[in-house]
Design a protein around this ligand. Sequence first.
Ligand code: AMP
Length: 219
Amino acid sequence: MNIILIGAQGSGKGTQAEKLSTTLNIRHVASGDLFRKAIGDQTELGLKAKKYIDDGKLVPDEITIAMVLDRLQSPECANGVLLDGFPRTIAQAQALDRGLNEVNKLVDCAIYLEVPRAELLKRLSGRYICKAHQHVYNIESNPPQVPGICDIDGSELYQRSDDRGEAIQKRLDIFFSETIHLLDYYEGQQKLVKVNGNHSIEQVQKDLTIAIIERAGQH
Ligand code: AMP
């Protein structure tokens, strides 16, 4: 299956995608993680993307589309993917449809993880991620056992530069003015499924799994 997880920053989509991809045995591909890796490795792509990311802006479509489509061609994605953070614009969604179509594949469903904006702001300002594998924590709702250290791999936790101050507001504005149009796009293709993300991590995980099983049963 090729599944898209749509959700604002702080909706929990990264946390959920990580668990779901393991359950479904498909690859978790997060465009933000690919960018952060490229920045860490100081590649040309990373250098190009960094200024947009630090500023809370979207990286231009042509850079993002090429990076993600390239990743989707790798053998580890052959069994299916769970896309997290991509597409974020209609042009990206159309490019994804074309790219998958060329290899006789398609998007099976697009899940929207709904969380109110006030809750998103609260979650984002308390969010910390680990340096080694981007595992996500929240100082209030999901703290690590040892402050500042990842429970899973023991690496140091840090706050993303775009999870501070004005960049948070800017990123949410972009989500609610631009990315939100993806809901109409996938609704039009009868692929949209909405899941309430304003519950505990475990509850949302259950609801997502049920939604995907129901969806698979319709095919
Ligand atoms: P994320 O970890 O998904 O919040 O992504 C971090 C940042 O990477 C975003 O704020 C954007 O600057 C950039 N980015 C990630 N995915 C995309 C995308 N699909 N289109 C454009 N920019 C993106």
